[in-house]
Design a protein. Structure first.
Length: 135
């Protein structure tokens, strides 16, 4: 059966290599494009996410990502955003998130979702993942 595609790009908290305040990376933005099985764009957008462990962005992170602290301060938590992501995908495709193919450039995004899901005790919602960098 043809599947929809979820093209995802994340931004996460980050620090310079030698920063003594360096912590674990957490998702701070989820960019999503939902494509039909024929690769027609059904929806494109994104959400900011307020990190749990390191809610104050480093200067390095704001420069690298261009995400501002107030965008994060006013963002919902990871579980709330993931519920919004799942609802958006269902609205666009009529199917649950795990029936679409999760597509990203490399494995970083998949691994980061798994880490954030564990941090927030949120069930990892995705099905199969396609690493475009590897393809």
């Amino acid at each position: 059966m043809p599947r929809n595609y979820l093209v995802i790009d994340l931004e996460a908290t980050c620090w310079e290599q030698n920063d003594p305040l360096r912590g674990e990376n957490e998702i701070i933005e989820i960019g999503l494009a939902v494509l039909s099985p024929q690769k027609t764009e059904l929806w494109r957008g994104g959400w900011f996410v307020r990190p749990k462990s390191s809610p104050v962005l480093s200067n390095f992170c704001t420069k690298l990502t261009t995400i501002k602290q107030d965008q994060i301060d006013n963002a919902p938590s990871f579980p709330v955003v993931m519920d919004l992501v799942k609802a958006q995908i269902f609205s666009d495709t009529g199917n649950p998130i795990n029936e679409s193919l999760f597509v990203s450039w490399g494995n970083y995004d998949r691994n980061q979702f798994q880490k954030d899901c564990a941090l927030h005790a949120y069930d990892y919602p995705f099905g199969e993942h396609l690493n475009l960098k590897q393809e």
